[in-house]
Design a protein. Structure first.
Length: 196
């Protein structure tokens, strides 16, 4: 059973990875870097600031910062414990995989998938109250994580587990944001009442 799942994981990776071609390699190498998504993030920030107060935005920034630190460290811990080689370093895939980028770090699970899916979930849960089509921002973690398969840096199971961990962690940190946001709003109301 386990061997069948591992084999299916490899076959799915090979199928998706080999859909790529040299003319698209530069594009995927570019969009696999977080910093190159700055126009997307500036757009999201613009729509956020149109609807939430500056204090709320600062709380959100703090929550996201702690989220990224936590998720990064947890991802690195699991990678260190599991020590699964990346597809590009897997002897079973030698000569079968399109190798576009190389690295010696471990594969399971994808930090790109966990960070992007969790952060976008937090933002979506805030934006959905104000924008009907807020769900379109999920395009980012889908494409962002796919770049890792395209480049041969992650198995599909690495991405899926990254999504699971990122979604669970993101939901937890969204609840933390709500707690501090509600507490702050209550404090503001109490202060206003004190001055009346």
């Amino acid at each position: 059973m386990w061997e069948n799942l591992v084999q299916l994981d490899r076959e799915l990776l090979l199928f998706l990875n080999n859909l790529g071609s040299e003319k698209w390699d530069t594009f995927y190498l570019y969009i696999t870097k977080q910093l190159n998504w700055w126009p997307f993030f500036l757009t999201v920030i613009f729509f956020l600031l149109k609807k939430i107060a500056p204090k709320q935005f600062l709380v959100l920034v703090l929550v996201l910062t702690v989220f990224f630190v936590f998720t990064d460290q947890f991802t690195n811990l699991i990678k260190y414990l599991v020590q699964r080689p990346r597809p590009i370093n897997d002897a079973n895939l030698e000569g079968l995989l399109r190798i576009v980028k190389c690295t010696d770090s471990w594969s399971f699970f994808s930090g790109h998938a966990s960070n992007s899916s969790g952060a976008i979930l937090i933002l979506f849960l805030i934006l959905r109250k104000y924008y009907k089509y807020a769900f379109v921002i999920f395009f980012f973690p889908l494409l962002f994580a796919y770049t890792r398969i395209y480049l041969g840096l992650h198995f599909v199971s690495d991405i899926l587990m990254g999504y699971i961990v990122g979604t669970a962690t993101g939901f937890g940190f969204y609840k933390i944001f709500c707690y501090f946001n509600n507490k702050h709003q209550l404090t503001d109301k109490q202060n206003k009442n004190a001055f009346q």
